[in-house]
Design a binder for this molecule. Structure first.
Ligand code: NAI
Length: 334
């Protein structure tokens, strides 16, 4: 039986990298019936009743989606489509594994960590208003329920994947109530997992520690905003956003997506690197119990990087998207 999976190609380089990933998954022998949706058009046409839009219905039915990047205007315009999708589907856990890929130049070797970011609240609730002209208030929402839920997810993830240590990242010395609640909620959960070492770090110190010695981290557990920033920082230590994946996981469904954006500067030129979306697809394949195909693609990808002859420009090569994709497919078939 083929899997039916929702595909949101996205904007900019999204169509180029998602086509490459489809070709590679096909070559790996996984039968997938892709339900391709235009998230932007769907959401804009159903702004009054978002839950009835075809993209939401498709993901709720299939329970899994692979998503390319969607553009968001800065400072003006409607809320981010990415944030709207995560909220509508209650995809509360953002999982970002960060590790070195041999062949990609980076400041450190032996980085291997997973960042777990709470995905539904914090300053991302988007609750902003003008109090009086010249004064804007932005509300940071932290609840015990969401903090406990993400903590439970992180500790269960650690158990499942054999991770040994979790650092909760906070600024509870200043935001004593909100970040304080995040911490007290996590501590209660941590007590139930004595085999997993639990530590806390203030966000500013955590950033410095991350830059000085990223290999000390195993898992990090963060609120939405800190998670967004620190996961990009971590990605920068292993070669950048082009080589790290992510998954947005909820109780009912999941969306796997690259962490990078639409790359308008290179869109349409055929030179985008599909690695991040491919790595997200590898996470997705494990999620749908296609572990062997995931491993085969992972090994093929690693060989192409080690070999170094068919890499795209962002990682120091000269290959086009198609040449890189062809090299991964040849490795898969060899
Ligand atoms: P960006 O990630 O699109 O680009 C930053 C730099 O990285 C650019 O030089 C770009 O060419 C390069 N780059 C990114 N992905 C690449 C790839 N796969 N291969 C080769 N080079 C790559 O970030 P930017 O410019 O800040 O954002 C552009 C748009 O993307 C914005 O509208 C933003 O809102 C959106 N965005 C969407 C995300 C999502 O859908 N999850 C995440 C981040 C940004």
């Amino acid at each position: 039986m083929p899997h039916t999976i929702t595909l949101i190609p996205g904007d900019g380089i999204g169509t180029e990298v998602s086509k490459a990933v489809q070709q590679i998954i096909d070559a790996a022998g996984v039968a997938i019936c892709w339900e391709v949706t235009d998230a932007r058009g769907d959401i804009e046409n159903h702004s009054a009743d978002f839950m009835q839009s075809p993209v939401i219905k498709s993901i709720l039915k299939n329970r899994v989606a692979l998503k390319g990047p969607l553009a968001t205007a800065v400072a003006t315009g409607p809320p981010s489509l990415n944030v709207q999708l995560r909220k509508a589907l209650d995809l509360y856990a953002n999982v970002r594994p960060v590790e070195n890929l041999a062949g990609v130049a980076s400041r450190y070797q032996d980085v291997d960590m997973v960042l777990i970011r709470e995905n539904t609240e914090d300053l991302y609730a988007g609750l902003e208003h003008t109090v009086v002209p010249g004064v804007v208030e932005s509300l940071k929402i932290i609840t015990e329920k969401a903090s406990t839920r993400i903590a439970r997810f992180a500790f269960e993830y650690a158990r499942q994947w054999g991770r040994k240590k979790i650092h909760a990242i906070h600024k509870a010395n200043i935001m004593k109530m909100s970040d304080g609640l995040f911490l007290t909620s996590i501590r209660k959960v941590a007590e139930q997992y004595p085999e997993i070492e639990y530590k806390e770090l203030i966000i500013d110190n955590a950033c410095m520690q991350m830059v000085l010695n990223p290999c000390q981290f195993d898992m990090l557990l963060l609120t939405n905003l800190y998670g967004d920033i620190m996961s990009d920082l971590a990605a920068g230590l292993v070669g950048g956003l082009g080589v790290v994946p992510s998954g947005n996981i909820g109780e009912g469904c999941a969306i796997f997506e690259a962490v990078h954006g639409t790359a308008p500067d290179i869109a349409g030129k055929g030179i985008a690197n599909p690695t991040a979306l491919l790595m997200s697809a590898i996470m997705m394949l494990r999620h749908i119990n296609e572990a062997q195909a995931a491993l085969n693609i992972e090994r093929a990808l690693q060989k192409v990087y080690k070999d170094g002859k068919h890499l795209t420009r962002d990682v120091g090569g000269k290959a086009s998207t198609d040449e890189f994709t062809g090299a991964v497919i040849r490795q898969l078939r060899s």
